[in-house]
Every structure is written in structure tokens, then in C-alpha cells.
Ligand binder design. Structure first.
Ligand code: GAF
Length: 388
């Protein structure tokens, strides 16, 4: 479904639910990270792109004192009293929205009561940033409703704070930044220390980005993510640097004896991954797809062996893709996002997409026993106001 078709659909759903057409419609995309995993909270580089899957919100002013957010997936309404400071509450999914409203209130904004229909095509729990899309969509709606733009960096940080404080997930800045700042046909090279961004064109029609959802989500992400953050901080402390961004592979080797072996491996992943990300961006600029592909495999093996955030299902997809090889049209493949399930991303020859998808689906089903979901996305635009 194109964004236009999706917008029409959501507009109709709003009219059916609230009995009148919406006054505003906004959309914010999910993302896939091409490379640079678990580097954002280490002040490193990431190279994500926004995908053509969105959280769309259609809205109008409400005649009541509280806002109603109706979510079409959960088929339930979150009532949020906006005349007072918004706190955490039920249903659980509404906390992403609540956190963003609270962020606007903390900036001194008075938030009007709204009737909102929320409809998302970003797969939930697929590691494609459905939560960032929900936060950024909310922020974009609030900007539209109050008639004031927030600086894009401030907006992304406000959404990240919502995730920290209202959803209890100590994420880095990647997901919210790309959902705000994505650009059609571009990857976003983000320096997570300076927050400087560079748009890297990915518009070569001969290559495609394939996204493969393993359709499994192991319930480890919640506890493992903060543990990884702490291990990285411990490594930086031993190395005497503010963050692993400042560490070198040589310094790490020299300090190996002073470090817990697990902490050492975590640091080895991060230091190597930051370097791979910078090289991959160079590879994309030069359309050097085999090099980018090799860096993607190296990233996966490092996440599997040193960072230990992969799982058998993600590994299976990568091994199947690797077996197809460049001759079959696959340049590279890796797990993407936080890990423990969710999606893999592959860089492939555009004219081989169909054959590759079929082969991966069949072999994955044979090996794991479940169907994967496979799709292609061009790099999409970040958050947009569709009707204002
Ligand atoms: C999750 C987090 F939300 C991101 O900030 C990032 O750390 C990612 O995992 C791993 O690269 O998506």
C-alpha cells in the first residue's frame, strides 16, 4: 500500500470511528538499520534508513476534556487527560504516546484534547522501530495541532526521553532520529556523539534492500539491553575513555588482561562495528556493493559471537543468504535492530529479489518450521504532515 492509499484508508477509518472527517493526518516511518548495531549508546555511528511502513495518525479537536487515541491493532481506546500533567498509565501501548505528550507539556506547551485514530503498518516486535514510529507520529501530530514546529534534533530527543521514562527502555538515539530525519532514497549516517547527520544516497536501481522478519521475538531484549549498556560502560571505564567511541582496537588488546572476558568481547564488537559503519558509508557512496555486503556479514558474526544478541532464527536467515551468495544476487546480510529475533536486512541485486525471497522463505521454513515475512523497501521519507 502506498502512503497515499494508506492515508485514504486511515481517513476513512477515522470518519467511521468518530463520525466526521479528520482535520489532520500525519505519518512517521519505521526503520531498518543497514549497519552500526549497538553503537548509538556508545557515541558511535549508525547507518539506518526509514522504511515504507508507517504509523499514521488521523485527528481532530475533541469536544471532551481528555484525548481519545483509538488504536486499530489493539482495537482499544486510550483516554488521556491532557488538562493536567500526563503520567504513565493504561493501556500499556499508550505510554509511548503519554511520554511524548508529557515531553511537550514540559516544554510549556498546552496540549488540546484530541480525537485520534492510530493505524500502523510497522510490524510490532519486528525490530523495525514500531515504538519510535508511534512516538514520532505523536510528536508530529502535536506539532501540527499546536501550530509550532520543534527543532528536529529536539523532537527526536523528546521521543527518546519518552521511551526511557514512560516505556522503561534505555534506548539510544538511532530509531527516533531516523523516523524524524529519514529522506527518500537516502541512508542516514548519524554520528551519535555530535548528532551530526549526513544523507548518503541509495538510489542505484540495480540494488534493493530486502527485509526478512523471522517472526520470532525472544523475551530477552528487555533485560539484555541494559546489561549490554552497562558492560560497554565498564569497558570504557577500564580503558579510561568517556565512551567506546574513543577506544581503539589496539588499546583494547593492551587492556585485555584487566577485563572480564565478556566485557572484552562486548567492547570488541562495538569498536569494530563503529569502524565497519564508517567504511560501509564509504562503500555506499562509491556504490561498492560487494564491500558493503562483506561488512554486513562481519557485523552479523560480531553481533552473534561477541555481542551475543543474535538467535538461531536470525543466524539461519544469514546462513541461507550467504549460501545464495553474490552469484545468486546477495551482497550481504545481517540481523538488524536490538536482536533476539525480529528482522534481518540484506543488500541484494534488484533483479534477483523474487528468486532470493522464494529461496530464503523455503529454506527458512524447512529449517525453523515457520514462515518468514519478506519485503523490499526503498529508503523512505521521515515524519510527514499529510493533511494540516
Ligand atoms: C534498539 C534501540 F532502540 C536503538 O537505540 C539501538 O541501540 C538498537 O536497538 C541497536 O542498535 O533498536
Amino acid at each position: 500500500m502506498t502512503l497515499n492509499e494508506l492515508t485514504d484508508h486511515v481517513s476513512q477509518l477515522f470518519a467511521k470511528t468518530f463520525g466526521r472527517p479528520p482535520r489532520w493526518i500525519v505519518a512517521a516511518p519505521g526503520r531498518v538499520n543497514v549497519i552500526g548495531e549497538h553503537t548509538d549508546y556508545n557515541d558511535g555511528f549508525v547507518l539506518p534508513m526509514a522504511i515504507e511502513f508507517y504509523t499514521v495518525m488521523a485527528a481532530d479537536l475533541s469536544s471532551s476534556s481528555s484525548s481519545s487515541f483509538f488504536d486499530t491493532l489493539f482495537k482499544e481506546t486510550a483516554q488521556i487527560e491532557v488538562s493536567q500533567p500526563v503520567l504513565r498509565g493504561d493501556p500499556k501501548w499508550s505510554n509511548y504516546i503519554r511520554g511524548v505528550i508529557a515531553g511537550f507539556q514540559q516544554r510549556g506547551e498546552k496540549i488540546p484534547a484530541l480525537d485520534v485514530l492510530v493505524h500502523s503498518t510497522v510490524p510490532l516486535g519486528g525490530g523495525l522501530s514500531s515504538s519510535a514510529a508511534l512516538e514520532v507520529s505523536t510528536a508530529t501530530l502535536l506539532e501540527t495541532a499546536i501550530g509550532k514546529k520543534v527543532d528536529p534534533v529536539e523532537k527526536a530527543l523528546l521521543c527518546q526521553k519518552a521511551e526511557h521514562e514512560f516505556a522503561g527502555m534505555p534506548c539510544g538515539i538511532m530509531d527516533q532520529f531516523i523516523s524524524v530525519m529519514g529522506r527518500k532514497n537516502h541512508l542516514l549516517l548519524l554520528d551519535c556523539r555530535s548528532r551530526r547527520t549526513e544523507l548518503v544516497p541509495l538510489d542505484d536501481p540495480s540494488v534493493a534492500v530486502l527485509i526478512m522478519n523471522t517472526n520470532v521475538k525472544h523475551e530477552l531484549t528487555g533485560s539484555e539491553y541494559p546489561t549490554r549498556r552497562r558492560q560497554c560502560e565498564a569497558a570504557a571505564k577500564i580503558l579510561g575513555v568517556p565512551s567506546l567511541r574513543d577506544a581503539t582496537a589496539d588499546a583494547l588488546e593492551a587492556a585485555k588482561g584487566k577485563m572480564d572476558p565478556v566485557v572484552y568481547r562486548r567492547a570488541r564488537h562495538v569498536i569494530g562495528e563503529i569502524e565497519r559503519t564508517v567504511h560501509a558509508a564509504e562503500g555506499v557512496r562509491a556504490s561498492n556493493w560487494p564491500t558493503v555486503g562483506q561488512l554486513m556479514y562481519a557485523s552479523h558474526y560480531s553481533l552473534r559471537d561477541d555481542y551475543q544478541v543474535s538467535c538461531p532464527e536470525l543466524d539461519a536467515v544469514v546462513e541461507i543468504a550467504k549460501a545464495i551468495g553474490v552469484t545468486g544476487g546477495v551482497y550481504g546480510c545481517r540481523m538488524t535492530g536490538g536482536g533476539f529475533g525480529g528482522c534481518c536486512v540484506a543488500l541484494v541485486k534488484a533483479d534477483a529479489v523474487e528468486a532470493i525471497s522464494k529461496k530464503i522463505a523455503a529454506d527458512y521454513k524447512k529449517k525453523i518450521g515457520i514462515e518468514p515475512t519478506i519485503f523490499v523497501s526503498r529508503p523512505a521519507a521521515g515524519a510527514t504532515v499529510i493533511k494540516s
